[in-house]
Write a protein that binds this ligand. Structure first.
Ligand SMILES: C[S@@+](CC[C@H](N)C(=O)[O-])C[C@H]1O[C@@H](n2cnc3c(N)ncnc32)[C@H](O)[C@@H]1O
Length: 253
């Protein structure tokens, strides 16, 4: 290296040193960012676990559908949205006593619990493919120390492909539950209920991996986006993002 530097012009050597300093700064910045993210994740996870212990529920696990023999490339594994996702995306004033909430792919029921405890929904529905996860959701509802404002909670064990979305649902929650053709079929069912019984419907999409498909239907109007934590401006990953849409009327309806 020293021989190499001796044969360089001053400008070349200066640029080499500058490059090394830049690389060093970038490495330290990257390291600090990594530490900051790990700390934020740890802090968030412990707050969520303490919350669960306090309210006697169990939803904070990550479970592969392979465990139940249900694995499929378009079905997403179980991992709950953060507690307070609804609080951050759905204002209390937007929900009345005639509204009906549904979580398509409800897992252990975290969002069902949040919807039923925070809002005056007339009915709260969870639809979940796995019997085991749905049973845990039932136990959570039966045992929770959260005060539930909504008494009518229905936890349905079903593949979304076989489930008919009721014609009175007005708030739909999706935490990246399925992709590809399954997602397309679920959205088709959703639009069919709105066309059968035209009404305002809000869709809250957490980790909106299939957003391009949604927008491609021409029936979803973006209302707002909520992101978690600080993000670099060029970070356009769907993960850590929640988008809220209104379903619009069919053209010519
Ligand atoms: C990422 S988790 C979200 C869980 C829950 N919505 C929450 O945020 O707490 C996705 C869930 O969708 C379920 N799922 C995947 N494919 C499904 C299908 N075809 N029909 C119904 N549920 C499905 C999975 O079993 C899993 O529980």
């Amino acid at each position: 290296m020293s021989v190499l530097i001796e044969t360089m012009s001053t400008a070349e050597a200066a640029s080499l040193v500058e490059g090394c300093v830049d690389a060093g700064t970038a490495a330290v910045t990257g390291l600090l960012e990594g530490v900051r993210r790990s700390y934020a994740w740890l802090r968030r996870s412990s707050v969520q676990l303490l919350f669960e212990r306090r309210y006697g529920v169990r939803t904070a696990e990550v479970v592969s559908l392979d465990e139940f023999g249900l694995g499929h490339q378009e079905r997403v594994y179980y991992s709950a949205a953060n507690w307070q996702t609804l609080r951050r995306t759905l204002p209390l004033r937007d929900v009345g006593e005639h509204d009906v909430f549904i979580d398509l792919g409800s897992g252990m029921g975290r969002m069902v619990l949040e919807a039923a405890s925070r809002y005056p929904f007339r009915k709260v529905i969870g639809v979940e493919l796995s019997e085991q996860l749905n049973d845990i959701a039932r136990e959570n509802i039966a045992n929770t120390r959260l005060r539930l404002r909504c008494a009518d909670i229905d936890l349905v064990r079903s593949d979304v492909l076989e489930y008919e979305i009721p014609d009175d649902v007005s708030v739909v929650f999706l935490n990246n539950p399925f992709r590809g053709e399954i997602f397309a079929a679920a959205i088709e069912k959703l639009l069919a209920t709105v066309d059968r019984n035209p009404r305002p419907v809000t869709v809250i999409y957490f980790n909106p991996v299939e957003e391009a498909f949604l927008l491609g239907t021409g029936r979803f109007r973006h209302l707002r986006t909520v992101t978690r934590g600080r993000r670099a401006p060029e970070d356009d990953s769907p993960f850590g993002t929640v988008r809220v849409y209104a379903i619009t009327e069919r053209a010519g309806a």
